[in-house]
Design a protein around this ligand. Structure first.
Ligand SMILES: NC(=O)c1ccc[n+]([C@@H]2O[C@H](COP(=O)([O-])OP(=O)(O)OC[C@H]3O[C@@H](n4cnc5c(N)ncnc54)[C@H](OP(=O)(O)O)[C@@H]3O)[C@@H](O)[C@H]2O)c1
Length: 212
């Protein structure tokens, strides 16, 4: 598949490398392509462009920017370049303030989620929340003694969730579909829980698993 990644941080780089490893074509979008020049030397098949070029080139779009600027980045990508496509939304609504005893603050509340806001503004795109409840270093082919970890997903479009599930399966995950976009209200705060062991005892290597 052709993948367009909006973002250039740790998540964008990890997912870009993962997609390339699994045989996909990747265009990574940033406002400043020059800053990726050094990194891109070690990732020969990567293409670098603007947010709009990445979104336009992707059959599947991945949104991996700072939560506070997610809507702004999508406006830069262009609604027309997202229309009808699955948009895998990795963002978390983390507020710009330091954690309190390891606990981050969100800029959303329990009755809304960042993904719903984005879905509302970009109505023709098919958002799927995914990959937000684990660290970038564990996103691709995770190896845990406890077995395959679980990634929770949510979104309104069944075909887009099928695509996200296929990607998660390829990347070594079990997928647990929590239903429509409103479920992002429960999935996004998992990032707060996931980060606590990191801030408290520098433990950033773990993932959630559902047992049945
Ligand atoms: N880090 C993790 O392990 C992890 C794990 C799961 C989920 N997440 C979530 O995934 C997202 C990406 O995280 P990250 O750590 O990779 O990177 P990040 O530092 O949160 O975000 C970097 C990206 O944000 C973009 N950005 C910053 N300010 C902007 C602005 N004013 N307008 C448009 N774009 C702007 C940057 O664009 P330029 O390229 O143009 O500079 C860059 O691509 C976040 O929402 C985070 O909460 C992170």
């Amino acid at each position: 598949m052709k993948i367009g990644i909006i973002g250039s941080g740790d998540v964008a780089k990890a997912l870009a490398s993962g997609f390339l490893k699994h045989g996909h074509e990747v265009t990574m979008g940033t406002r400043d392509p020059a800053k990726l020049a050094e990194w891109a030397k070690a990732v020969p098949k990567i293409r670098i462009g603007s947010f709009a070029e990445a979104a336009k080139s992707g059959e599947v779009v991945v949104l991996a920017v700072k939560g506070t600027v997610a809507a702004e980045a999508l406006r830069g990508a262009g609604a027309a370049n997202l229309a009808g496509k699955p948009v895998i939304d990795v963002t978390n609504p983390i507020a710009d303030q330091p954690p309190t005893n390891g606990v981050l603050t969100l800029f959303t509340n329990s009755g809304e989620s960042l993904m719903e806001r984005l879905q509302h503004e970009f109505g023709a795109a098919h958002f799927v929340k995914a990959f937000n409840s684990v660290g970038a270093a564990c996103m691709i082919d995770p190896q845990f003694k406890g077995g395959k970890p679980t990634m929770f997903i949510a979104g309104n479009d069944a075909a887009a969730k099928k695509t996200a599930t296929a990607i998660l399966t390829e990347f070594g995950w079990e997928t647990d579909d929590m239903g429509s976009a409103e479920a992002a209200r429960a999935i996004e705060p998992l990032c707060v829980l996931w980060c606590i062991p990191g801030f408290r005892q520098n433990d950033w290597v773990h993932a959630f698993k559902v047992l049945r």
